[in-house]
Ligand binder design. Structure first.
Ligand code: BGC
Length: 743
């Protein structure tokens, strides 16, 4: 740690000695009154070629780097990485001290600082925070994890996962924000906005159509441009508009035959040209496959080398200089790459507010995480109001290591929690599950001090059933581990279905608490009266679960994914390459197009087990008084959300849009999610809400002239509280309109 920030400390003390005005005269890019574009152009103008090239190549593991030939990495860079990279962190890019450009210290990821050997605060999974349906939750979470990152010495966050849950078995769905473009955009965008508000740069990732982990580094995803623009890319477009990430991370896979990191269509045409992205595209670790094509088709920074078996430093100074000399790449493009990398460092305050290692208030940060969990836990079923547990005298808690902690997702986003994992963690990749040290059992004991609470591990099903039979109520915890690098089936593993079935047979008053990274099948659902989806609830997950089960907190989460009733309802019977040896060349055709999640269920007429948006409360809500007005294709919707029950709670009003004839309108599905608002209400109280509908959600994207097109006709504006609970409808007539997809 000691040597780490010598460079930035020196720069900082120099800065302190020289007045800002004097410095700005010598180094005009240090003039904070100038816009970031001017500052970026000025500093790049002052750089040597070697300095520019040092910005475009990032490194991981200094020990591995030291072994690489000097022709690939200069001794000076090796020495800089060895002296300043943070041990165990994701990546490092050398700065240019003479010009005041700091190094980039990169850390994973969406739920907190993930560094081997550093204990930090973990938020609930991103999928969980999406279930809050409150953009303030990821925003505050982003502020919190970024402040920890800064105090740990990082200035770049590899966060903002926003791939849609197109494939419910995708091992990384827990890192993403659900199946709908608008929701994903608001939630991942808010996380990024929170992170960058602290003067860090965040990515959005993994750009794009990286929707399965099986053979993720070789899979080629075929999808039509229309479908992409209306699904996966629309999600990223909304993320970009909401969060303005300074960086985008290109993915491992191929899209329509071209690697993501050299995909001209995705990088040059859509992201940089159409959306006007001014930041830099960085590669995922080991996702680069060329020098010339990657440079010419949009990749600005190769990061995380050497990694993942990748022996080729495609963006080494030697290779880039050779390509320049051969005329295969241009100096103009190198300048563009350097400018794109420094621009967000100016724009988001990384340069003007250098990071300083310091003490972290873990208690306050854990409070932020607990609040996120309490907003996100989703009550899926509650027959006869079995929950909340009130006045219960004997409780049998069973399974899921509930005596120890709560599960979290695996891979590069797996935060090592303050206090250590509650169960031993295997080293290696992806290793084994990290358990957050927050025991639901202890939480329940704290909330129900008078109750007699037993714990049974659940591996002995007969013992678990016997414990349940003796108690007034049984709570079974079931877990399903997802992680980076592998997909799963939808079944609960290790006999957990049999465990639940036996427990509910022994005691019909059984509550199931799920800790999962996505949808799972529940063959016992008809018999079990109450089910809570806790997702991966973060560092205070046990306390949050206990507070929801006992009614201290009224649940207000809504599922950001549909739960299929069977595997037969999925768009793809199997995942290509699932279970095959790594790096097998496979192909997946997304012929469901943009009809993902609830859209697919609507097209097929399937009834899911739980629909997108479903989530119960200990009170009830009603949406009334729906009105809609259109002006220039901007639809404004208003309505009233009323708490019609007996306790205070937070309800979510949801708006969907639907053309009178979706096929004639060339939509992918009968309806699209278009707006939402979460409101806290005392019993009997109502509040009006207003929402604007983004016109792209009423349109189709048309390749011929790269435009969005709303077809003239009648549109139903439907309001309610879930995809399958839309009680209000207003019809609106829209004229034909078309506008360019270029921002
Ligand atoms: C993951 C990225 C992550 C990177 C750095 C990769 O394996 O796909 O999400 O940011 O590693 O750790």
């Amino acid at each position: 740690m000691k040597a780490r920030h010598v460079t930035s400390l020196l720069t900082a003390s120099l800065l302190a000695c020289v007045s800002t005005t004097a410095l700005a005269q010598v180094q005009p890019w240090m003039d904070t009154s100038k816009p970031a574009d001017q500052r970026a152009a000025a500093v790049v103008g002052a750089m040597t070629l070697d300095e520019k090239l040092s910005l475009v190549m990032g490194y991981t593991d200094p020990k591995e780097l030291a072994k690489q030939p000097d022709t690939d990495v200069s001794p000076a860079i090796k020495a800089d990485v060895a002296a300043h990279a943070i041990d165990g962190a994701a990546g490092y890019i050398s700065g240019i001290p003479r010009l005041g450009i700091p190094s980039q210290w990169q850390t994973d990821a969406s739920i907190g600082v993930r560094v081997e050997g550093m204990e930090r605060t973990a938020l609930p999974s991103s999928l969980a925070t999406a279930a809050s349906f409150d953009p303030q939750v990821p925003y505050q979470g982003g502020v919190m994890i970024a402040s920890e990152a800064r105090l740990s010495g990082f200035n770049t966050f590899l966060a903002g996962g926003a791939n849609l849950a197109r494939e419910p078995r995708n091992g990384r769905n827990f890192e993403y924000v659900g199946e709908d473009p608008w929701l994903a955009g608001q939630m991942a965008g808010s996380l990024i906005a929170g992170i960058q508000s602290t003067h860090m740069v965040s990515t959005m990732k993994h750009y794009a159509v990286n929707d399965q982990e099986s053979q993720r580094t070789t899979v080629d995803a075929s999808i039509s441009p229309e479908a992409m623009r209306q699904s996966d890319l629309l999600a990223f477009e909304f993320v970009y508009e909401k969060g303005h990430p300074g960086s985008a991370m290109c993915a491992y896979n191929l899209i329509n035959g071209r690697w993501a990191c050299e995909n001209e269509y995705l990088q040059q045409k859509v992201l940089k040209h159409d959306w006007g992205f001014k930041g830099y595209i960085m590669s995922d670790w080991g996702a680069v496959h060329s020098t010339v094509d990657a440079v010419n088709y949009g990749l600005d920074q190769m990061t995380g080398w050497p990694c993942c078996g990748d022996k080729v430093p495609y963006y080494s100074a030697t290779r880039l200089k050779a390509a320049l000399a051969d005329g295969e790449i241009t100096q103009k493009r190198i300048d563009d790459m350097a400018t794109r990398i420094v621009w967000p460092l100016f724009e988001y305050g990384v340069i003007d507010d250098p990071v300083k290692v310091g003490a972290i208030n873990f208690k306050a940060n854990a409070d932020v995480s607990q609040n996120a969990a309490e907003q996100s836990l989703t009550l899926l079923k509650n027959d006869n109001n079995l929950l909340p547990l009130k006045g219960v005298k004997t409780l049998a808690v069973i399974g899921g290591h509930a005596d120890k902690g709560v599960l979290s997702g695996g891979g590069s986003s797996g935060v090592h929690p303050v206090g250590g994992s509650a169960l031993p963690v295997e080293k290696g990749w992806p290793g084994s599950a990290i358990w957050m040290p927050s025991s639901p059992l202890n939480g329940l004991k704290a909330e129900l001090p008078k109750a007699k609470i037993s714990f049974t591990a659940g591996d002995d099903i007969a013992a678990a059933a016997a414990a349940a039979a003796k108690a007034e109520v049984a709570v079974v915890f079931v877990t399903d581990w997802k992680g980076e690098g592998f997909d799963t089936t939808l079944d609960l593993k290790e006999n957990q279905d049999a465990l639940v079935a036996a427990v509910v047979k022994a005691n019909p008053k059984t509550i199931v608490v799920l800790e999962t990274g996505g949808a799972v099948l529940m063959p016992w659902l008809n018999d079990v009266p109450a089910v809570v989806e806790a997702w991966y609830p973060g560092i205070r997950g046990g306390a949050a679960i206990a507070r929801v089960l006992t009614g201290k907190v009224n649940p207000s989460g809504h599922t950001p994914i549909s739960f299929p009733a069977s595997t037969g309802q999925l768009a793809h019977a199997t995942i290509p390459g699932f279970g095959m040896p790594g790096d097998s060349a496979v192909h997946v055709t997304y012929d469901e197009g943009a009809a993902i999640g609830y859209k697919w269920y609507d097209v097929k007429g399937f009834k899911p087990m739980f629909a997108f948006g479903h989530g119960l409360s200990y009170t009830t809500f009603a949406v009334t008084d729906a009105k809609a007005e259109a002006a220039d294709n901007r639809i404004t919707v208003t309505g009233t959300l009323t708490n019609t029950g007996a306790v205070e709670g937070k309800g979510v009003a949801m708006v969907f849009v639907s053309p009178a004839d979706w096929q004639a309108a060339s939509w992918e599905a009968p309806k699209r999610f278009a707006a939402f608002q979460k409101i806290e209400l005392a019993p009997g109280k109502g509040q009006t809400f207003t929402a604007q509908i983004d016109p792209r959600l009423l349109a189709t994207w048309e390749a011929a002239d790269n435009s969005w097109h709303i077809k003239a006709g009648t549109y139903h504006i439907r309001l309610g509280q879930a995809a399958d609970d839309l009680t209000q409808n207003v019809d609106i007539t829209l004229p034909d309109s078309r506008w360019s997809a270029v921002h």
